[in-house]
Design a protein around this ligand. Structure first.
Ligand code: PMP
Length: 286
């Protein structure tokens, strides 16, 4: 089956898809993106991702490249054209193509690129054994709430994680509190059984999976606190896990050199993953 990408109004062969060398995404990382999971051919948490996309665009004074309705349609057409059952839609919007100049150009149309990819949404090994994370200093800018394509600090962090045999790196602010993973939100369960994740602010990306998990935890009556937690608290946690669109809830069994709890995936993480999966299969998907 040929693989298509969508670029500025056209479906083109993935291998030949291209944007201009003076695209501001290429020159200034002047763009935003979203990753939406496709589960059994259906988009998961589509509303949340589109609301966050709208927010990212507004914060950067960028217009939508097309109507929201048209964008939803293109996502569905690309999923169908590429025969995606389980996988992702990646969409990126940049300010567009203009002669290189820092300030925002006038009268330029945004660039819209969309691709899809197959993905195993049920990585048995990771789920059975849990994954390792390391902690690293958070060296990013101060607008982490915007889902910008400027991801070099995260690429550096993920590389460090890979070199340490870890799945993810948890970034730590100047006060010793964990902000989030390089591409996921960070969660712990304290010894008292309280679920904790950092509060939403400019310090983190407010994950769409994170927001859905908070709703699910609250309706299940799970004790929950939205606050910063330190590296020491994470090392001493009963459970830990990470969340993102592509990993849902993934249990963590090692943080740096510390075993988390008994060193096996936690019960609460398992319960939340199940709750998220049944949400994704039902009204969460369209
Ligand atoms: N934080 C960061 C820095 C991320 O890149 C991601 C993944 N996009 C997340 C959190 C998780 O967000 P979501 O649940 O919307 O995928």
């Amino acid at each position: 089956m040929p693989r298509y990408a969508y670029v500025n109004g056209r479906y083109v062969a993935h291998g030949e898809a291209a944007v201009h060398i003076e695209d501001r995404g290429f020159q200034f990382a002047d763009g935003v993106y979203e990753v939406v999971t496709v589960h059994a051919g259906k988009l998961v948490d589509e509303e949340g991702h589109l609301r966050r996309l709208d927010r990212s665009l507004r914060e950067l004074q960028m217009p939508w490249p097309m109507s929201e309705r048209a964008l939803r349609l293109v996502m569905r057409q690309l999923i169908a054209k590429n025969g995606i059952g389980d996988g992702i839609v990646y969409l990126q919007i940049t300010r567009g193509q203009a002669p290189r100049d820092f300030k925002y150009p006038k009268g330029v149309s945004p660039t819209l690129v969309m691709t899809t990819r197959f993905m195993n949404l049920d990585p048995v090994e990771q789920l059975n054994h849990g994954v390792k994370v390391i902690t690293i200093p958070d060296i990013r800018w101060k607008r982490r709430d915007i889902k910008s394509v400027a991801l070099l600090p995260q690429a550096m962090g993920k590389q460090k994680a890979a070199e340490a045999g870890a799945f993810e790196a948890w970034q730590v602010d100047d006060e010793g509190f964990i902000t989030e993973g390089c591409s996921s939100n960070a969660w712990i369960v304290t010894d008292e059984g309280v679920l904790v994740t950092r509060h939403a602010s400019n310090d983190i990306l407010n994950g769409i999976t994170r927001q859905s998990l908070i709703r699910l935890a609250e309706s299940a009556g799970i004790p929950f606190e939205e606050r910063a937690f330190s590296v020491a608290e994470a090392h001493a946690a009963r459970e830990a896990f990470l969340s993102s669109a592509t990993t849902y809830v993934t249990p963590i069994t090692q943080i740096d050199e510390h075993k988390v709890g008994e060193g096996v995936p936690g019960a609460l993480a398992g319960k939340l993953r199940e709750a998220y999966l049944s949400y994704a299969r039902s009204e969460g998907a369209s």
